[in-house]
Design a protein around this ligand. Structure first.
Ligand code: AGV
Ligand code: CA
Length: 315
């Protein structure tokens, strides 16, 4: 079974990604860390612990990051886990604090990697500050990593940052802490990027939500559908349309990867305004694997199939 360390930043699709990982019989989650980026950390921690509780996986260590990026996320986005914690299934379960590791996220990551006897896959669906710091603190952790899968970047398409100091070329997970992103690339890890170029084909669509809704008696599908429903107020064809960014990256660590095609590219990160966080293809860049295309029907069907189940803990 693939061992996965999951570092997320509490957005709605980060929480849906956690639900996919907790639903999958094919991976073992060895740790979960939260970056206080596209979330307020206390609510995102609560969401994380509650989801672990619903899936009966209360023995996975969870830690919160103490590193803050350079460019803060908009406050309305950061409040989203608070809404998720107000959904009925989430209210019915307690967040079990004994799952919380009091060390900062980067320390939990370095110690889990140091202790690992099997290769670890690191999945990141937020900025990369925690992993970058963990590898600075513990150079021997590097060798334990089989693959880092990171939802990040915009290569040949425009980015999704719309700020007064920015030209719109960057994707938010890189823009939050561009310096860490550049440092992470320089570490020459076995890195797989899932950029906007691939996720743009996966907007949260009404057709998909309608298929999910046909699973009448599935508690997991119901909760997932409620979370996704909260994202559809983002206007279609407008830059804030909600996509299955992190969910697609999560599928890369599941058997659903068989429906995806990757290509090697050399990548660099810009760190100065107005293009801070822009990921560029450059001859002098670092070699990474990039998700090129995912077969939409097969991937969406696979997600629905994984969500067709009930919680382990029943209330
Ligand atoms: O840029 C995509 C990343 C993903 O990790 N996040 C959201 C996903 O969790 C930032 C983001 C971009 N547009 C957003 C975002 C939006 N409209 N609402 C919330 N977050
Ligand atoms: Ca995210």
């Amino acid at each position: 079974m693939k061992k996965v360390l999951f570092d997320h930043d509490g957005g709605i699709d980060d929480l849906l990604s956690l639900m996919l990982l907790l639903s999958s019989p094919d991976i073992e989650l060895i740790g979960i860390t939260v970056t206080p980026a596209d979330c307020y950390a206390d609510e995102a921690l609560r969401s994380t612990l509650k989801l672990c509780g619903l899936f009966g996986k209360t023995d996975i260590p969870v830690a919160v990051g103490d590193l803050h990026g350079i460019n803060a996320f908009p406050a309305e986005w950061r409040a989203q886990p608070k809404m998720c914690n107000a959904l009925p299934a989430m209210l019915r379960v307690d967040a079990k604090l004994d799952q919380l590791d009091s060390r900062p996220a980067s320390e939990l990551i370095s110690s889990l990697l140091e202790e690992a006897v099997e290769p670890i896959t690191v999945l990141m669906t937020g900025p990369c500050s925690n992993l970058n710091a963990a590898l600075d603190d513990s150079p021997q952790a590097h060798a334990k990593i089989e693959e880092v899968v990171w939802m990040a970047g915009a290569l040949k398409v425009r980015g999704n940052v719309a700020m007064h100091n920015h030209d719109g070329s960057a994707e938010w997970n890189v823009f939050w802490d561009p310096v860490s992103a550049k440092q992470l690339l320089s570490k020459n890890l076995p890195l797989t990027l899932v950029p906007l170029d691939a996720t743009n084909a996966f907007p949260v669509s009404m057709d998909f939500l309608a298929s999910l809704a046909t699973l009448r008696s599935s508690q997991v599908a119901d909760l997932a559908g409620q979370m996704w429903a909260a994202t559809v107020t983002s206007l279609p064809s407008y830059e804030y349309t909600y996509f299955m960014w992190d969910v697609l990256a999560t599928c890369c660590v599941l058997p659903l990867r068989q429906h995806m095609r990757f290509t090697d590219k050399k990548i660099d990160v810009l760190v100065s305004d107005p293009s801070a966080g822009q990921t560029t293809i450059s001859a002098n860049g670092t070699q990474v694997s990039v998700l090129e295309r995912a077969e939409k029907e097969a991937v969406l069907a696979g997600i629905i199939e994984l969500f067709d189940k009930n919680f382990v803990t029943d209330f």
